[in-house]
Design a protein around this ligand. Structure first.
Ligand code: GLN
Ligand code: ZN
Length: 750
């Protein structure tokens, strides 16, 4: 039996790649220096995996920006607007990051989430008559580097069908398959001489509920692929492939990797359907979390399979370790008990080595020892809060609904708030200046004290309120100056949640996130936002809208304990946020926004599971606001607007106002509201905050007029399409001024 790995984090133990990339982009280091950094990261990664006991190391999993983009470059898929004479790496960065309007004005390719992870890939753009070329030189170079170091390796290639599926206009792309396969075959030819025995071909779409045409594409693809002497390990992850197992078993490949942790299924039954000369690779250690595996339990079900398959059995992490931080040993300041419950990428490789030894020797002593802290965790008082558990258990039907329906609430709120037609507001954050970031980091380091910090934030709030008053906005915000990140800010104040120092995971390109770790029952220790909001409201007669992050977003952007259902953890978070809502009301805030940008992205991969997810997710949102007074206006915000499929769920949140992103599509996406009316108020974003361009008054008016095709004007709010924290003050003021003028003119005209 062998241990192999599907991929390793690229960012380096101390995020070396991030810093090198950013230095390179700012012309502070040469390309050669950047390449030296990436060379060293690969070297260190292989060494680390080999030392941990991995027999077959992944190669080609390292990329500078994104593996889907690198695949595009390997296949010659370069959108027309970028066809310059740049070298490959600079071209890659240009497609990923765009080029500013001053030179050629090439917009970056779109980015979207990689399946249900928090990693983002660059969406391939295929022309109608796309041609493909094959250039395996990058992969070859990495193979050579690994071979020089004497490693036993397995190149990793994104499979052709998943590649087409992920590209723009997914459905229309199957027609490109024959030509694409020629390019893949050329890639195989180019790496044939390297003498690699296996190639890992990733087809994660097999874990989705794909239609007939994609199933057929898989069949065609693998019949036509000619890897020569290289054996193909068809690799799937992120879900069970049970529905497609007959199809898979019919393919002329040499082995299959399946993820055994993402979804429950009968492994024994599944692998029994595979040809009896295939390698069976089981992903037995979760590649996407930070928890230690209960190796004794894994052994129990794995050993019979080992007895049956012996040499044919391989073990691996469930998916690439890209989604896990690098090395737990870097952590010096975690609670020592909690530290024992964790395993990062390196430790996950070590877990596989422990399992292999136990299987070979049929001795489980080391596994039992290793699994001890996992058992202890289940009983640890650190994870339990009886009050919280009782509160969740005691929830009743009524706890999820507000007292009055929207129509009645709207009347009450209007009496209270006296807002004009087309009320104007923003989404929450204001520009986060260098000075502000420094202030927060100085406070964290302890170089400035709490009093100084609080006064400085108050000053920021005061300025933000003043600016909004001057501009003439109707509903003001405090600006979120105290927040580094909308989840981290709350996570740090909640019981049952902890943070690492180096637990970074790549989000896209050089961007990394350090997700909170929800290890125990979640409870609020004290009010989390009232100091800032009370102050903001004290400065103005206009209503200030308070900002909270919703339970689904906090859950989705964290590493979550596995001993309780996600729905239960989300309810705990919801109750903590609900308490904050009450405190804000008592402090005199009449408008409260609960941000839920993640509610859509947290949807399960399999459509048949959506409804169940929406049931609990929307309930959790409602739990945060069900107790709010009828006079309190509840807003929510989502950074997207492709609502067609999820409009009923969004409506069932029953927020008084929802603000969404529609400006980039010129309100076209509001089309969803034509078939299904959205019952409450909507603020369709009237300008794109992702660009520094200042929208004109006329432009904004045109957009609002368009929105009126889909929404009654009494229900329309006027706002930008997302928070303004990445913008500069100068353009922000101008844009908001135009936005307010547009609303005022429309009021006069109506
Ligand atoms: N209130 C947040 C902000 O304005 C919302 C962020 C988001 O939508 N992701 O920054
Ligand atoms: Zn947003």
């Amino acid at each position: 039996m062998r241990i192999h790995n599907l991929g390793f984090p690229r960012i380096g133990k101390q995020r070396e790649l991030k810093f090198a990339l950013e230095a390179y982009w700012q012309n502070n280091i040469s390309q050669q220096e950047l390449l030296k950094v990436s060379h060293d990261i690969r070297k260190e990664n292989w060494l680390l995996q080999a030392e941990a006991g991995v027999d077959l190391l992944p190669v080609g999993d390292f990329v500078h920006y994104d593996h889907v983009l690198t695949t595009s470059l390997m296949l010659g898929v370069i959108p027309e607007r970028f066809s310059h004479t740049l070298d490959a790496l600079d071209l890659e960065f240009q497609i990923a990051r765009g080029k500013s309007a001053t030179s050629c004005g090439c917009a970056a390719s779109d980015m979207t989430k990689w399946f249900d992870t928090n990693y983002h890939y660059l969406v391939p753009e295929l022309a109608e008559n796309q041609t493909f070329t094959a250039d395996a030189s990058r992969l070859q170079a990495q193979i050579n580097q690994a071979k020089t170091n004497g490693y036993n390796i397995k190149p990793v290639i994104l499979g052709p069908v998943t590649y087409l599926y992920l590209a723009q206009n997914s459905e229309a792309n199957i027609k490109h398959l024959p030509k694409l396969l020629e390019a893949y075959n050329d890639i195989f030819l180019q790496i044939a001489h390297t003498g690699v025995e296996w190639v890992q071909i990733d087809e994660p779409i097999l874990s989705l509920e794909i239609g007939q045409e994609w199933q057929q594409a898989i069949k065609t693809a693998y019949q036509k692929l000619q890897p020569g002497d290289i054996k193909c390990l068809l690799t799937t992850y992120f879900g069970s492939v049970e529905p497609h197992i007959d199809l898979i078993a019919s393919l002329p490949v040499h082995g299959l990797h399946v993820d055994t942790v993402a979804e429950p299924f009968n492994v024994q039954e599944l692998v029994a359907k595979l040809p009896n000369d295939w390698v069976i690779s089981l992903g037995v250690v979760d590649g996407r979390n930070i928890w230690k595996s209960h190796l004794s339990k894994v052994y129990q079900w794995l050993n019979p399979l080992y007895q049956q398959f012996q040499e044919r059995l391989w073990i691996a992490p469930s998916c690439s370790l890209l989604h896990s931080p690098v090395d737990l040993e870097s952590e010096q300041s975690l609670n020592t008990e909690i530290q024992q419950w964790l395993a990062f990428a390196k430790q996950k490789c070590q877990e596989l080595a422990l399992l292999k030894t136990a299987l070979l020797t049929q001795n489980t002593a080391a596994l039992d020892d290793y699994s001890k802290p996992v058992n202890e965790k289940l009983a640890s008082i650190l994870c339990r809060n009886a009050w919280v558990e009782r509160r969740v258990d005691g929830l009743a039907f009524d706890d999820y609904t507000r007292n009055a329906n929207f129509e009645d609430r709207k009347k009450i709120q209007q009496k209270h708030l006296d807002l004009p037609l087309y009320p104007t507001t923003t989404i929450g954050s204001f520009p986060q200046t260098k000075g502000l970031r420094k202030l927060r980091s100085d406070w964290r380091k302890g170089t400035i004290d709490d009093v100084h910090y609080q006064e400085s934030i108050f000053e920021e709030i005061k300025q933000a309120v003043q600016i909004q008053e001057d501009i003439g906005l109707d509903v003001l915000v405090h600006g979120e100056a105290e927040r580094n990140d909308m989840v981290e800010y709350f996570g740090e104040q909640l019981e049952g949640v902890t943070f690492t120092r180096f637990g970074w995971v790549q989000s896209y390109g050089s961007r990394c996130v350090k997700p909170p770790i929800i290890y125990g029952d979640v409870a609020r220790k004290q009010p989390m936002t009232t100091t800032w909001l009370t102050y903001a409201q004290s400065l103005t007669q206009k209503p200030v809208k308070a900002m909270l992050t919703g339970p689904i977003t906090i859950l989705s952007w964290s590493f979550v304990r596995e001993d309780k259902p996600r729905a239960t953890v989300a309810k705990q978070i919801a109750l903590a946020i609900a308490d904050e809502v009450t405190d804000l009301e008592n402090a005199g805030l009449n408008i409260i926004q609960i941000d839920e940008p993640a509610i859509r992205e947290a949807m399960p991969l399999k459509k048949s599971q959506w409804q169940q997810y929406f049931n609990w997710a929307t309930k959790c949102f409602r739990l945060t606001v069900a107790n709010a007074k009828n006079s309190t206006q509840i807003h929510t915000h989502m950074c997207y607007s492709e609502f067609n499929e999820i409009l009923p769920a969004i409506s069932s949140l029953d927020a008084d106002v929802i603000t969404i992103e529609t400006s980039r599509s010129n309100m076209a996406l509001l089309g969803a509201f034509e078939q299904q009316r959205y019952p409450n108020d909507i603020g369709p974003g009237v300008y794109d905050i992702h660009s520094p361009n200042v929208p004109t008054v006329d432009w904004i008016k045109t957009l609002i007029n368009k929105a009126e095709h889909y929404i009654e004007k009494e229900n329309i709010w006027v706002n930008p399409d997302c928070g303004l924290k990445t913008r500069q003050w100068q353009e922000t003021k101008l844009a908001l001024k135009n936005m307010v003028t547009a609303a005022q003119e429309l009021r006069q005209e109506s």
